[in-house]
Structures are given as structure tokens and as C-alpha cells.
Design a protein around this ligand. Sequence first.
Ligand code: DON
Length: 304
Amino acid sequence: MKQLLDRIIEENRYLTELGKVADYIPALSTANPDDIGVCYIDEKNNLYKSGAYNTKFTIQSISKILTLTLAIMDNGLDRVFEKVGVEGTDEPFNSFVKLDSPNVTKPANPMINAGAIVVTSLIKGDSSNRFQRILDFIRLVTDNDSIGYSEEVYLSEKTTGSRNRAMAYLMSNKGILDGDVEDILDTYFKQCSIEIDVVDLAKIGKFISEGCKGLELSDVSKKELTILLKGILLTSGMYDYSGRYAIEVGIPTKSGVSGGLMGVVPGNRGIGIYSPSLDIHGNSIAGLGIIKSLSKELNLNIFN
Ligand code: DON
């Protein structure tokens, strides 16, 4: 398996040159485009890693699937999906062009930024312990208490995040977002700045694949939650590339703009990938090549 991962990394390395490291959050622009790391955890908990598996990076949008889980545990499904939809979208992750239309009453799904900001607002707690709860939850899922966040990336996004700020104020104006907008954004920027590595990502994938094992759920059953999380990842985890991705790769996956990919592999397995050069959709370009190769070589496509 280790040799397979080494080979797949090298076969896809050329792709990094066809993409670009994100720079709309200035602190992300210093990432090394040559860093590529992969981790695969199998059903017996064997952990295989290759490349820059020690490199830490910020979780960014991959946090959105975990904040969704927390918000559902806090509120139940009905309350959460009153405020955010479960539909795919052909708009980019940071679009809010449709939100101002009078007949649109919620963001399309919880993976685009607008939907994720609403989800963060639904997590119980005041502004400081809401973030602490998110951090504790990620530490629990990854079994890694050393996880923290990057103050530099957080402040960089907080000071340049006009687009997220604009959509949050629009949603507040329309009654979609309740509470103090700046407080909610602050938590959202911090959750995106949580630092992880590919091993943590593979563990998140395995956790969802295992049916959210270990969670104490009252309002919603773990089975129902897991079906929902996998469905949302498959239909919107890769934004406006999700349809093609579902066919070509067939693994419920979430991307982050710092270059992470977290794959929920059926049969209690998980994949974590890092490569910061991105395609036009904001997804890791070599990461996509790597997960496509893994899906083919290990026969992981859920539609096979
Ligand atoms: O809100 C943002 O724009 C970033 N903190 C997260 C976006 C992101 O990761 C998009 N994913 N590819």
C-alpha cells in the first residue's frame, strides 16, 4: 500500500503546475506547492502515509461537515434544514448571487460559505465557547488533543473576508442568520483556521464511514445522520464540480481551499490528502488526480 501511495503521488505531481495556491486569504499564499501528502486508513485501522504527511495546514471548508454534525446534534435535523438547503449548486463556493432573490429563503446547502456560516450560527454556546466546542469536537473525532488553530490565518481571513461579511449581513437582513453577525463570522473564520494534517483528515473520513461511531445522539439517530452527511458530501462537497466528481471518483469527499481533501471511503475507511495548488473550483488539483487514481486502483467508487 505504501508503494502504491508513493507511486500515485509521483504520477500526479505534474498537476500542481496546472493550478495555483489560494491567495485571497493572504496567509495561505505562502504554502509550498511542492508539498503533497496522503494518508489512507483501512477497515482494520492500518494507517498508510506517504509524502508530506507531517505538514500542517488549515482545515478551511472541511470544517463545514463537522460543524454541520454539531449543529444537527444541538438542534435536530428539522431546525437545521429550515435554515439551509440540501441541494447541489452550480455556483462557486463563495457565491451569494442567488441569495438576494426574493423567493430564495436559505442558502442552497451547508457546504457553500453562506450555508456554512448559517450552520455555525446554529451551534449552541456564546461566541467563545462555540469555537471551543468545535475544536473539542475535531479533537474527539481525530483522537488528537494537540490540534489547535493558526492565529495568523484566522487574522488574515478576518481582515480580508469582505465577501463572507457581505453574505452574512445580507442573510441577517433577510432573517436567515440570527445573532451577532461579527461574532458568528469570528467563529467561522477561526473554525477554518484549525490546523490539521492528512492523518487527521483520514481519521475524519473513517469516523463518518463508521457511522459517526462514538457520538451520543439524542435528536437524531447516527444512521440517519451518517446517510445525510455522506449524501451532502457527494452532492455538494466539491462545490460546482460535485456532479462530475461523483461519477469519476464516487467517494463522498470534502475539499478545503488550503489544499486538503477528506474522503469517506465505504467500508470503514478514510482518506486524507494535501496539495495546496488548486483548480478553478477551489479544489486541490493534484489531490483530485490522486483520489481519482486511488478510487480506480483500489476500486473505491461507490457506484461500482
Ligand atoms: O470562507 C472561506 O472562503 C474559507 N475560509 C473557506 C473556503 C474553502 O475552503 C473553499 N474550499 N475549497
